[in-house]
Design a protein around this ligand. Structure first.
Ligand SMILES: CSC[C@H]1O[C@H](OP(=O)(O)O)[C@H](O)[C@@H]1O
Ligand SMILES: Nc1ncnc2[nH]cnc12
Length: 311
């Protein structure tokens, strides 16, 4: 856009990743549009730096926004530039990500347009998506027992509940099945996932959540149900259905994200927003590869992400 700066000098600590039907966050002041590149290529979309007025301090808090599937939904789930998205955000200073996703419901009580703040993931991707920063001569293993950040989840749940009764229904926990796609599931698969305890299904929780953990970023996904996949006796999922529910409820989705940003911009959450509890974990995770075994190329890439960690 003409007149919008293409640089932003201050660190940005909070980011929102928008998914299907949530390609922009209107009603925020656009402070800059960045087109960074990373050792893993460019992110899925330009990164918008939005200014969010903190309701408690009145200060303008910068928020980075990236559209997972591109500005016009041109990237399929397996084509999303996950490593570049996470690396670009971390390089701006981001330590907290709220990721939004349109999901199929695998449980009767999770109705279309309900929100779910999941706490677990089952990986049904097929290993075709780049899924780690640690490879090619630098090994690293980070913990992933709880794939979402519980401290951040608590804040998100509290914000969601504060909107209940205004058209928002929230489920506090849930298991996301992350499938490869882009085709939807077969009925046998959908029923299998239900028997595993799956709550909702999408194509984008992974590797996004894994890469955020490797990048020491607190990450929580907010899911909005758009269909009952194909296990239910209602109509099978299709794109029109997903987009219809997303469009009809996008105002609630944006209010939910806005409420979370309001809360995160309070001084009392400064430590959580900076993900102090994750600080340095990847320095130790990566120290498993002895200096003499590290490839120069891998160290160079990882040092872009974590300056000073592997000197
Ligand atoms: C258009 S239906 C399938 C598509 O919707 C979800 O997108 P996102 O998670 O980015 O909101 C799902 O993961 C699939 O990519
Ligand atoms: N049924 C479904 N399966 C996978 N991803 C989805 N996103 C929205 N609905 C979905």
């Amino acid at each position: 856009m003409a007149g919008v700066p293409n640089t932003y000098a201050d660190p940005v600590h909070i980011a929102v990743i928008g998914g299907t039907g949530l390609q922009t966050l209107p009603n925020f002041t656009l402070a800059a549009t960045l087109t960074p590149t990373t050792p893993w290529g460019p992110p899925s979309s330009p990164i918008s730096i939005l200014q969010h007025p903190s309701p408690s301090t009145g200060k303008l808090i910068p928020i980075a926004f990236v559209s997972r599937h591109g500005l016009h939904h041109e990237l399929a789930p397996h084509e999303v530039a996950n490593r570049a998205n996470i690396a670009a955000l971390r390089s701006l200073g981001v330590r907290t990500i709220i990721a939004f996703s349109a999901v199929g419901s695998l449980q009767e009580e999770i109705r279309p347009r309900d929100f779910v703040v999941p706490d677990q993931i089952i990986d049904r991707t097929k290993g075709i998506r780049p899924f780690t920063f640690f490879e090619g001569g630098m090994v690293g293993h980070v913990g992933f027992g709880d794939p979402f950040d519980e401290g951040l989840a608590k804040i998100v749940r509290q914000c969601g509940h504060s909107l209940e009764g205004e058209g928002v229904r929230l489920h506090d926990r849930g298991v996301v099945i992350c499938m490869e796609g882009p085709q939807f599931s077969t009925r046998a698969e959908s029923n299998l996932y239900r028997s595993w305890g799956g709550s909702v299904i999408n194509m984008s929780a992974l590797p996004e959540a894994k890469l955020a953990r490797e990048a020491e970023i607190a990450y929580q996904m907010i899911c909005m149900a758009t269909d009952y996949d194909c296990w239910h006796d209602s109509e099978d999922v299709n794109v029109e259905m997903v987009m219809g529910h997303m469009k009809a409820n996008s105002e609630n989705a944006r209010r939910f994200v806005g409420a979370v940003l309001d809360e995160l911009s309070k001084e009392e959450h400064a430590g959580q927003v900076l993900a102090k509890h994750l600080d340095g974990q990847s320095k130790f995770a990566g120290s498993i590869t002895h200096k003499e075994g590290r490839s120069e190329e891998a160290v160079k890439k990882l040092s872009w992400l974590f300056p000073g960690y592997y000197d």
